[in-house]
Design a protein around this ligand. Structure first.
Ligand SMILES: [Zn+2]
Length: 187
């Protein structure tokens, strides 16, 4: 049995919620790792933590298997779109159309504030917000671009000084890479 993922700060390191959402697998390279969305409840706690569902909706919040499937489908679209963006390639039209469809499907449940922030009362709306945030990143990319961790393939926006960030987080992949290099030169 797979243990439920306990979300922590290390799962929100990308600099944009759409990228954090794309990073909800153990790793993307060198092969696809375990899905961190181990259950509908775990998806729900991620959406809470990302502030995409109202706080303390608790028992009234129902996340279905269908919602989980939809979330995984959205995540696959984000991989296609952000991989293309990261590699300097044209965004795949089918994946982009998929994002527009998800945004449109849930848009009736999305409230947009004057400052551009969005909230929703249900999962369709939360997925629409994630699609809209991804579309925003595609159409208005950060000046430093979108990158992926050398070691695990998690996406991030490098806002470090000097823009030399190579890892999703120094604590996870940075230290593992250093340890591997140490082993390879000291054995
Ligand atoms: Zn990494």
């Amino acid at each position: 049995m797979t243990a439920a993922t306990a979300w922590g700060e290390d799962h929100f390191i990308a600099g944009d919620v759409a990228l954090d959402f794309a990073n909800t697998v153990y790793r993307r390279w060198p092969e696809l790792g375990t899905d961190l969305y181990t259950s509908t409840d775990v998806l729900g706690t991620w959406l809470d933590r990302a502030h995409l569902l109202p706080a303390s909706s608790g028992a009234s919040r129902v996340i279905t298997d269908r919602d989980l499937e939809n979330a995984r489908a959205l995540r696959r679209l984000l991989w296609q779109v952000f991989d293309a963006q990261k590699d300097g390639q044209t965004i795949p039209a089918g994946a982009f159309a998929g994002l527009l469809g998800i945004a449109s499907h849930g848009s009736a449940h999305v409230a947009v504030s004057p400052d551009g922030s969005m909230t929703s009362s249900n999962t369709d709306g939360a997925l629409a917000i994630l699609a809209l945030r991804a579309i925003t990143l595609v159409l208005n990319p950060p000046p430093q671009g979108i990158r992926a961790c050398d070691r695990c393939g998690w996406f991030f926006i490098d806002s470090s000084r000097g823009r030399r960030r190579r890892w999703c987080s120094m604590k996870i992949c940075g230290n593992q890479a250093k340890a591997a290099r140490y082993r390879s030169t000291h054995s």
